[in-house]
Write a protein that binds this ligand. Structure first.
Ligand code: ZN
Length: 402
């Protein structure tokens, strides 16, 4: 019996034992601008610790609400799977109380086989690391002199295929607390050999046929991808409908296959910033860098270069937008899938209010949006609508003018 069970387990493993990491997204726009994205790795011990940290940060932030300024909480992540065994996660907690900002890095390094957090000394020669670290600190942070150097402690670290990034407490170096204090040491110098399991594929982008005389609408989905996006893609494919996904850049690597499928099926990807910060509070330079980083990440991972931008929380101004060469894309009909819990309400809301040529706003981070999207597509198809991407819709509108 035991043998049978073992064979069965091996068989399952052969077909899909690699537990896929997901990203959990929380977006709020009521008393505060909240955007939280963090990975769920399906490694229980690790996921519990991450969740604890997120809950604690979120609860602490809720106590800081005041009436005068709308505060912002933004938690974004970096994720690396290395040597098919080590997970390195870097959570960046950005807070803005309307006046001051702060940035805090928290990292989690986990060994999948040993089911435990990684101790640095088990990975590399600690003495060598200390030596290289001090050398680098002296070069990069002039404020750190002999006493500071003597007491310097590594607060946390993040691993990738090229470097180990070490983070420090800013007050240990007498530096302003809104800054992240970090140095990078090449893995090579530490005889550390880490291979990334992240892929870099390319795809064929399909061009859809357009008929400008048909009634058309453009379905758009914000804040994804998520575990629900694949289900939406399947529905779109089955119904021969296309949609536009305004995605958040820091999710690109973990949802690479979803994005490839999205694009190769003829859907469009739009830029919804790298980590969903409120864009109007960024400087022109920060804004440009954020959008550029998102464009590059999407292009490197999918071969698709977005042409559209949808600002986070719908917040923008003309001056900000003049910094980028992307078409500002808002919406005509808000499905309110973020507000309504019932599919019926979401569907009715869209079907009642939609007109030829409209852009519909939905979100691919809720289960209810999957069923709602299917019903919206089926109902509107019966009314003679076709579903096109936003760029196609813009082309059709141009053609109709002539
Ligand atoms: Zn959004």
């Amino acid at each position: 019996m035991k043998k049978l069970l073992l064979i069965f387990t091996i068989l399952i493993c052969l077909t899909g034992c690699t537990k896929e990491t997901e990203v959990r997204t929380i977006i709020e726009n009521n008393n505060a601008y909240v955007s939280i994205n963090y990975p769920i790795t399906k490694n229980k011990k690790l996921d519990i610790e991450i969740k604890k940290h997120i809950d604690k940060t979120y609860n602490m932030f809720q106590n800081t609400y005041n009436d005068s300024n709308i505060p912002e909480l933004n938690i974004s992540y970096k994720y690396k799977l290395l040597n098919n065994n080590f997970i390195s996660i870097n959570l960046n907690t950005f807070k803005n109380d309307g006046i001051n900002t702060s940035n805090v890095i928290t990292t989690f390094n986990y060994d999948i086989k040993n089911k435990d957090f990684i101790k640095l000394e088990s990975l590399l020669d600690i003495n060598k690391l200390n030596y290289l670290m001090k050398k680098e600190i002296l070069q990069k942070y002039k404020s750190c002199t002999a006493t500071c150097l003597k007491n310097l402690k590594i607060k946390s670290y993040f691993l990738d295929e090229n470097n180990i990034t070490l983070f420090f407490n800013s007050k240990d170096l007498n530096i302003d607390s809104s800054k992240i204090i970090s140095i990078e040491i090449p893995n090579k110098k530490l005889d550390l050999s880490l291979k990334s399991n992240n892929k870099n594929p390319t795809i064929q982008i399909k061009n859809n046929k357009l008929n400008p005389t048909n009634k058309v609408v453009a379905l758009t989905f914000d804040d994804g991808p998520s575990k629900y996006t694949d289900k939406i893609l399947k529905i779109l494919e089955k119904e021969d409908a296309k949609a536009t996904f305004f995605i958040v850049g820091n999710k690109v690597e973990l949802y690479n296959e979803t994005l490839l499928k999205m694009v190769s099926n003829g859907n469009e990807i739009g830029n919804h910033s790298f980590d969903h910060k409120l864009l109007t509070r960024l400087t022109d330079e920060e804004f440009k860098n954020d959008i550029k980083k998102t464009q590059e990440t999407i292009f490197e991972n999918t071969g698709f270069m977005p042409k559209l931008i949808r600002p986070t929380y719908g917040g923008y101004n003309d001056k900000l937008m003049s910094n980028v060469d992307l078409k500002l894309t808002l919406w005509d009909v808000d499905a309110s899938d973020w507000k309504y819990k019932s599919e019926r309400r979401i569907v009715n809301n869209v079907v009642k209010n939609v007109n030829d040529g409209d852009i519909i706003l939905m979100h691919d981070i809720f289960n209810r949006s999957v069923g709602s999207a299917e019903k919206i597509i089926k109902t509107l198809k019966k009314e003679g609508y076709s579903f096109v991407t936003v760029s196609e819709l813009n082309k059709i509108k141009e053609k109709r003018k002539n």
